[in-house]
Ligand binder design. Structure first.
Ligand SMILES: CC(C)(COP(=O)(O)OP(=O)(O)OC[C@H]1O[C@@H](n2cnc3c(N)ncnc32)[C@H](O)[C@@H]1OP(=O)(O)O)[C@@H](O)C(=O)NCCC(=O)NCCS
Length: 186
């Protein structure tokens, strides 16, 4: 079983889970602004059991949902994920990056800073050739993170997310891509 790698940025540490993080994760996922474009807020019970699953996945795979901790004060900022896209679509199989910050930490550049380092980890340490990110068309903040990261969007890649029923306000999704700048292995 690989140990959980730590990813450092100037202001953040992306690290494995500690028991105390679960309470912060629960609070983050109960906030209506955080879950506005995710489909549902998580009940305490659902958030606790989700945390156990993603903690075990990170510890088993060496990538997954990292806790993003602010170095100054060692506060929980949110979580950053690298994973295989867990549903079928035109663009799958594919590897995905995603982000979720506690509401009180929005607007400080933490998501972009953490995601840039995670993307670099995906390309240099995991050897991934391409990473996608996607979000509901209404989620402009998340799209701005993708753009700040230099990810690119082709409108022809837009898709209907299978987790949302036809006609649901969040079903229409935009896809962004980032390519590794490394030469392909021969
Ligand atoms: C999506 C999400 C992570 C974006 O968070 P965010 O704080 O807006 O994004 P960043 O961390 O990149 O911060 C950028 C903002 O910080 C500002 N900022 C302040 N200080 C900064 C600094 N030192 N460096 C960089 N940016 C800074 C930027 O100007 C920018 O503000 P703006 O968007 O008003 O122009 C957050 O809204 C979130 O968690 N949403 C809920 C979950 C979600 O929807 N996830 C995506 C699902 S696909």
């Amino acid at each position: 079983m690989p140990s959980v790698p730590t990813i450092e940025t100037p202001r953040l540490t992306l690290r494995g889970w500690r028991d105390a993080d679960v309470e912060s994760w629960v609070r983050m996922n109960a906030h209506p602004r955080v879950t506005e474009f995710l489909g549902q807020s998580l009940t305490r019970e659902a958030a606790v059991s989700r945390a156990a699953v993603i903690r075990a996945e990170l510890e088993h795979n060496g990538y997954g949902w990292w806790v993003a901790e602010i170095k100054d004060g060692r506060r929980f900022a949110g979580a950053i994920v690298l994973r295989d896209v867990p549903f079928e679509a035109r663009f799958t199989p594919a590897s995905e990056i995603g982000w979720r910050l506690a509401f009180e930490h929005w607007g400080q550049g933490y998501a972009t800073e953490a995601a840039a380092a995670a993307l670099d980890f995906a390309f240099t340490r995991l050897g991934w050739r391409e990473v996608v990110a996607f979000t509901a068309a209404m989620n402009l903040r998340s799209q701005r993170v993708m753009e700040r990261l230099g990810m690119t969007r082709d409108p022809a890649d837009d898709f209907e997310h299978p987790a949302f029923a036809p006609g649901h306000r969040l079903r229409h999704h935009l896809l962004y891509r980032a390519m590794s700048k490394r030469a392909p292995l021969r």
